[in-house]
Design a protein around this ligand. Sequence first.
Ligand SMILES: [Zn+2]
Length: 420
Amino acid sequence: MSQSVNEELTQAAHCRFCGAAVQYTFLDLGMSPLANSYLKPSQLNHVEPFYPLRVHVCARCFLVQLEEFASPDQIFGHYAYFSSYSDSWLRHAKSYTDLVVGRFALNQQSQVVEIASNDGYLLQYFMALGIPVLGIEPASNVANAAVQKGVPTIVTFFGEETARELVAKGVQADLIVGNNVLAHVPRLNDFVKGLKILLKPRGVLTMEFPHLLRLLAESQFDTIYHEHFSYFSLFTVERVCAAHGLAIFDVEELPTHGGSLRIYACHNMDTSQARGPRVPELRAREESAGLTCMETYLAFAEKVKEVKRKLLEFLIAAKRTDKSIVGYGAPAKGNTLLNYCGIRSDFIDYTVDRSPHKQGLFLPGSHLPICHPDKVRATRPDYLLILPWNLKNEIMEEMAHIREWGGQFVVPIPQVRVYS
Ligand SMILES: [Zn+2]
């Protein structure tokens, strides 16, 4: 074992946020390849690295967190996820832009910075209003797509160092946006320290991340993969912000990604933002759901095993009656589900995805081929298993034509359900 791997294992034994020794296992999903490591045909006969997918929970701050095995470079250097290929996510970005521009009176003199700005899916809407933007994105291939659209983007991992460099160049933000990035950050304290530095004295920070409350309540264990180092409740994220001098003054619950939080934060000394009632209300709801109680976390694993058993029962029964099943989508969460449940071409013939960046590749671990959605019409499967279940309504609308031959939709989470 190399020196660096040893160091990582030692680090992983302590909470990513508070540094307490982490002794409790929240969930053990076995060995899994990196969920976004889609394979080219030429890679199918090669060794594929699998890493433990084991999640811990800290008894002091209740941060649910993954042990770190792969380096961020391995994970994020080349990312196949282009945000602009999801219509519903683009609509979400547009309505967010309208909301914050109005609420915080952003204009041509404001500076908006987005961390993990992907292909510019969000900043393009601010630019259209003439508001200066800057994207920060570690994956060079998606960052290049943003630059080609004219969205100024720097290719780097965000943290204290990047924030200091930007401030030295005179860049500070009136609005910092971090959508679905907080969970991906291995060095959480360094990241939040950077946010504090980059934010203007009266600036506002908004971040969206999947809500741990919903993960627990709806058995969304497939949202766990190596790229997601942390899983947050409001309880824990408030502690993380407070430790770095940031205060959460408002929170919204969103339907995105199966249930996300959008937190609004400012400097803790900034009294210009009214502290709204939604923060204490959600804090109380989390407490009554048991999120500040270790037993709640330790009871989750059994629930997940039951989801697996039910899904396999359905698939086995379908195959026993000669039904054909294909997948829809190639999201990271689908790879956790398929690999944890041991589902491969023995159950699913292939999957389809609208993104041309994924078509022609194979899912990691299960090696299911990713095809163009048109293939569904040509092969007329009995069941279409929707892997990005958070987009099920959009997908059932788009693929409504499977009903012409009696095809049905199957949604695996929170429990297997068939839609005729
Ligand atoms: Zn902790």
